[in-house]
Write a protein that binds this ligand. Structure first.
Ligand code: AMP
Ligand code: MG
Length: 355
């Protein structure tokens, strides 16, 4: 702006010595005005590059999308991203009678939906790699413990033992184009991975619609797309107990996903029972109260958060240190904070660890 005014003044000065070149001077002044006008338009556009935020209830939580960019790009992109997440939510919701998972669980109808098959294939891979700690067939246990209703309770040990016979991912047969089960009682629940998948889908939709800077937050499980303008997105890492924030992460193209005993639980005789089950025992997994996974893929982060939570501090951290692209913050039931190898350097100094 300032430069345009300066050059117009310079031309005016020259006019005194060369009075005959009036049309040229007028032309230059007009050009100058045009430049001012254009600069004005540019500034106007800059004002329209703001952070757009919207929240909707889905997947049993509040999902917020924050996107940076011109409104005419971000607003429709966010709407479509939410739409995509709602589709995933409906398709993977085991209580939805229209979901292929519902029909599979209830009537044994093989699943042929390619999207569900893709997530099941991914989940089975995590099951194998976690030695069975992650297992989408734990559904009958969740049901027995009452976590699908509002009144969870500790079941009789004999009932737990009986249900364990029907649990194990080896009871599933995944063919190229269908998922079948070997016994009618086998039921699946993709709740430990579907939210990560939904976040990944939302991010793809945002990108496909021209958004390169956004934060998708599904009840504290987030993906940071690009940077927040020239700065990183700041993502807080929660402790398992409400008052604790362990530290902040500077995120760019990264998922930060948590699992813990604080999400859904009840207490009986002073003991906390939560919704993440050890498929080997039939009881809630022991050893950790919270875990946060930092990884490029939200679906992998979600699945590994649950898998490593079940494995516990020793076994879980040992496995975490072998996984490429995945970093972990664990909080044990005794309150100790543990970091995986990649975070033990100076990357996350804000998180005090327990030696
Ligand atoms: P998340 O909050 O991602 O850890 O997922 C928890 C949900 O995953 C629970 O509500 C159950 O539906 C399901 N789940 C519980 N235990 C397991 C397990 N060992 N493997 C896979 N899914 C599980
Ligand atoms: Mg999970």
């Amino acid at each position: 702006m300032q430069r345009v005014e300066d050059s117009a003044f310079a031309e005016t000065g020259r006019r005194r010595t060369l009075p005959r070149k009036k049309p040229a001077v007028i032309g230059l002044v007009l050009l100058g005005l045009l430049a001012v006008g254009l600069t004005g338009i540019k500034l106007y556009n800059l004002h329209r590059y703001h952070l757009e935020t919207e929240s909707r209830m889905m997947m049993d939580t509040v999902v917020s999308i924050h996107a940076l960019g011109p409104e005419k790009i971000t607003v429709p992109a966010m709407d479509r991203a939410f739409g995509r997440m709602a589709e995933v939510d409906a398709r993977f919701n085991i209580h939805n009678p229209d979901s292929p998972i519902y029909a599979f669980n209830r009537f044994g109808t093989p699943i042929t939906d390619p999207e569900i098959l893709e997530v099941v294939r991914f989940a089975l891979d995590i099951s194998r790699r976690s030695g069975g700690a992650f297992d989408i067939t734990v559904s009958p246990l969740i049901d027995l413990w009452g976590f699908y209703e509002d009144t969870p309770r500790v079941p009789a040990a004999s009932d737990i033992a009986e249900r364990l016979d029907r649990i194990g991912y080896e009871h599933l047969i995944l063919r190229k184009d269908r998922l079948e089960k070997i016994h009618p009682d086998i039921r699946i629940d993709l709740g430990a991975v579907a939210k990560g998948y939904a976040i990944a889908q939302a991010v793809s939709v945002l990108k496909a619609h021209g958004v390169s800077s956004a934060l998708v937050d599904a009840g504290g499980d987030v993906y940071a797309l690009g940077k927040k303008g020239s700065r990183y997105w700041h993502v807080g890492i929660k402790g398992p107990r409400e008052t604790q924030v362990l530290g902040y992460l500077e995120a760019e193209d990264t998922a930060v996903v948590g699992s813990g005993d604080y999400e859904r639980f009840f207490t009986e005789n002073g003991v906390r029972y939560h919704h993440i089950f050890d498929p080997r025992t039939g009881y809630p997994a022991d050893g950790l109260s919270g875990i946060t996974l930092i990884a490029p893929d939200p679906m992998a982060a979600d699945a590994w958060a649950t898998a490593l939570f079940v494995l516990g501090p020793q076994e879980g951290m040992k496995l975490a240190d072998t996984l490429a692209d995945i970093q972990v913050v664990m909080v044990t039931t005794s309150g100790d904070t543990l970091l995986s190898a990649g975070l033990r350097g100076d990357t996350l100094q804000t998180i005090p660890t327990t030696e």
